[in-house]
Structures are given as structure tokens and as C-alpha cells.
Design a protein around this ligand. Sequence first.
Ligand SMILES: NC(=O)C1=CN([C@@H]2O[C@H](COP(=O)(O)OP(=O)(O)OC[C@H]3O[C@@H](n4cnc5c(N)ncnc54)[C@H](O)[C@@H]3O)[C@@H](O)[C@H]2O)C=CC1
Ligand SMILES: O=C(O)[C@H]1O[C@H](OP(=O)(O)OP(=O)(O)OC[C@H]2O[C@@H](n3ccc(=O)[nH]c3=O)[C@H](O)[C@@H]2O)[C@H](O)[C@@H](O)[C@@H]1O
Length: 454
Amino acid sequence: MGTGYVGLTTGICLAYLGHEVTCVDLSQEKVDLLRAGRSPIYEPFLDELMHEAAHNLTFTTDYAEGVPGAEVVFVAVQTPSLPDGQPDLRFLRMAAESIGKTIDGEFTVVVNKSTVPIGSGNWVESILRESFEGFHSRRAAGEFAVASNPEFLREGSAIHDTLFPDRIVIGSDNPRSLDVLNRLYRAVLNQSFTAPTFLPRPEEVGAVPLVSTDLASAELIKYAANAFLALKISYINEIGKLANKVGADINQVARGTGLDARIGSRFLQPGVGWGGSCFGKDTAALIATAAEYSYDMPIVSAAREVNQRQREEAVNKLLDELRILKGRKIGLLGLAFKPNTDDLRDSPAIDIAKLMIARGARVKLHDPVAAERFRAEQPELAASLCESVDEVFDDSDAVVLVTEWPQYLELDWGKYVGLMRTPVVLDGRNVLDPQRLSRLGYTYLTIAGRPVGL
Ligand SMILES: NC(=O)C1=CN([C@@H]2O[C@H](COP(=O)(O)OP(=O)(O)OC[C@H]3O[C@@H](n4cnc5c(N)ncnc54)[C@H](O)[C@@H]3O)[C@@H](O)[C@H]2O)C=CC1
Ligand SMILES: O=C(O)[C@H]1O[C@H](OP(=O)(O)OP(=O)(O)OC[C@H]2O[C@@H](n3ccc(=O)[nH]c3=O)[C@H](O)[C@@H]2O)[C@H](O)[C@@H](O)[C@@H]1O
């Protein structure tokens, strides 16, 4: 239920592994596209895998086509933040009601794959039971059970992360449903499937660990993992601020720190900070859940504050250099919250563009993939979109690299320096070569840490 980044990836991967999958979504537009063999989202390898698994895939808007007789029903609807930080569970409630009305298998496991607050499993179970009893006008006697199977995929590498995960977590208070999910995922757990030719199995992937636990633990694992990743990034950004002050190179500091196996070098990339649909939403939800127990989560709150500051820091850096932003032309490279996706949810680029505009600057925006979505989702900023990278540099006072798309890293930077009014580059992701850019005549700025030699 739900054919977004998570539901579609899960459905297509399970179909590829040999299961018979029906993907249900309320959006007729999405279903029409999918039936035509086209993915409504940009996600590497999704189209290719969808074509390979087409014989096991059906797309529909009708629950009655997807639920009856299903052994497992995944719920992967969106759970966006409400103003108080709690997730909006309207979509989940609707999905649960529709499932309750259509369920009629011998034994169906209803799985929360959406990221949902602790206790949601029980809540979904009660909605299912009410809807089931109301609709079937008889008492349900254990024909279904609820489980949690949190999702850890990253956008941009969703297929890879689903077929070759670090772990699978399943939680239920019903042992039979754990057994069903264990069997469902057997090929992934044992890595006994033939990997797609376009996405070979990485050499280091062995058997995948399974964490089989109770409902509440599985639900909390998802939030604990996302909050930890978010605070790891905020931590390196905070150290980056200090590196700036003391004149240290944050890239070297991150490397020297991350090589300690207890710390790990991933998610220590400093820059404008995290965005996307989940880190902000899930850290807010964790804090809101804790508040219900009169407990605050100072570390998680601090991670959020540091992250917001990173976006403001992009503007401050340019203010330091240009002194006045009013009337300046500032180019932004990248709009998606990270490379290899068209997702713009909580994208740092949008905040940064708005902060620059509030200071009187004129922004010029570019993204190799997300521009079309941007036009639809941010109509008030659409006029600032540029067709080409040349336009972004042309007559600009500064260019900010916000999303590290490979295309931008491979630009012929020498070609653009002469186009700019003042050749200032702010490297929002610490990925450009400062020495090279300086040699080419740019003033190189970074948000975190002084690059060695400058
Ligand atoms: N996007 C990501 O990378 C990850 C997301 N998650 C979690 O997974 C959940 C889904 O996230 P996304 O896939 O990004 O959301 P999304 O917004 O891309 O997709 C949700 C889909 O559900 C559909 N939908 C809404 N209500 C429905 C209903 N009652 N019945 C059927 N379909 C319905 C929508 O039309 C939409 O296509 C969220 O809880 C999110 O926190 C978890 C891990 C990764
Ligand atoms: O629950 C979710 O939605 C998902 O959230 C993240 O995945 P995702 O948001 O797709 O992307 P990430 O690769 O985690 O990047 C998130 C943000 O952090 C930023 N980031 C990442 C890594 C880093 O070192 N530094 C950094 O600033 C990225 O640019 C991006 O804006 C988690 O990595 C997934 O495990 C999780 O399933």
C-alpha cells in the first residue's frame, strides 16, 4: 500500500525475488504511469528492475485487487510531520481501514513499513479489527496480525540497499507473523538470489543479520537509527565550525576520526547538513514521543539546531565575503536534498535560496534531475530556474555547490571563472578541490574547516 520511494522499491524488489506483488496507490496518475512501465520517481535502477520483474507485478488503485488472499500486506504510506513534530498518521489510518475492509486471507500479516511512532502497531491492529468486524459483521478470530518491518533504504541507492541491506529488522508480538516475514525475506537473508546484471552483489556482502524482536523495539530501532545518523552528521559539522576557528582541515579531522572502527568513516561528510524527508521528521517525532513521557532528548534536539545553523552558515559565509547580498546574483548548483534523487523534501537548497532572497539577492537555480519537480512544488521560485550550468555562472557574484551531483564535480571549472562577475565559489559539501579552484582564479569558500594550503 503506497508506491512512493519505499513502497515501490519494496514491491519491485520482492517481485524480482519471485514473489507475486500487487502495488496499490490512491493516486491514479502514479498507477497509470506504473502500468505504462514508467516510474513516477527518479531512482537509479528502479525502471530496469521493474521491467525484469514485470511478470510478478500488478499496479492498481483498488484495495480489493491487492489485499484479499495476500499473505503479507505492507503499508508504506507517507507519515509527514505535523506542526507539533508528531507524524501525521491520517494516511496510515486510511490504509488500515481499507485493509480491514478487504482482508480475507487465511492468515495475513499486515506490516508497518512506514516510519511510525512507537505504539502504532497496536493502533493499526485495533483499526484493522474494527474495520474488519464492521465490514464482515462477524468476530475476527486471529485472521491477521500486525508486524513492524522498518525500512533503512537511502534514496539514490534504494535498490542496492533493499537487495543488499546491512540488516533486516522485524518485530511483532505474534510469532507466526515473524515466521512469515522470515520466510519472505529468506533469499535476501541468505543472499541466495541471482543479483541483477546491472547491480552486481558487492563482494563484502555475506549473510544478512536478522533482528527479530517485539513490536515496540522494532519501531524504536528505526527512530534510533535515523536520529543517530542525523546526529553523526551534525557532530562533524559542529567540529567543522571549531576547525574553522582553529585553522584545522575538517576533511583530515573527519578521516582521522572515522578510521577508528568504533566510530566509522561514513556519515562524517561536513557541509550544509542533512535534509530529506526523514531525518528532520523522525528526529522531531522522537522528541515528541519522549515529551509524552515528560522526557526531553537534549542530544537529538542539539543535532537539529546544529543542522539548521549549517543552512544559515551558507548565507553568513557569502555575507562575510561579499559584505552585501542585496542586488547580488547568487547561483545555486543542486536542488535535490542529495544526489541521485529528485526528492526536494526539506532540501537545504530551498532554505538557502529563500534565505538569500530574504537578504535581497537574486538567485539562479539548477538541478540536473529535480528541476521539473521543483517547478511543480515551488512555483514561486520557478522563475529562478536555469536551463544550463552556464547560466548559473553567467554574471554571478558567487556560486554555491549545494548538492554534490557527479555532473557538478566533473564540470570544466576553468571554463566558468571568466563568466562570473566575481569568481567566488562556496563549496557547501566540501567536495571540490580547493587548490585547483584557487589556481583557476576562484575565491574558494567552505562552510566547514579551512582547507590546508589556503
Ligand atoms: N523515502 C525514504 O527514503 C524512506 C522513507 N521511509 C518511510 O516510509 C514511509 C513512506 O515514505 P516515502 O515512500 O518516501 O513516501 P512517498 O510520499 O514517496 O509515498 C507514499 C505513497 O503512499 C500513497 N498513499 C497515501 N495514502 C495511501 C493509502 N491510504 N493507500 C494507498 N496509498 C496511499 C501516496 O499516494 C504515495 O504514492 C514514510 O513513513 C517514511 O518515513 C523509511 C525509510 C526510507
Ligand atoms: O528513513 C529514511 O528516510 C532514510 O533516511 C536516510 O536516507 P536518505 O534520507 O535517503 O539519505 P542519506 O544518504 O541518509 O542522506 C540524508 C542527508 O544527509 C546528508 N549527509 C549525509 C551523509 C553525510 O556524511 N553528510 C551529509 O550531510 C545528505 O546530503 C542528505 O541531505 C537514511 O540514511 C536511511 O537509512 C533511512 O532509511
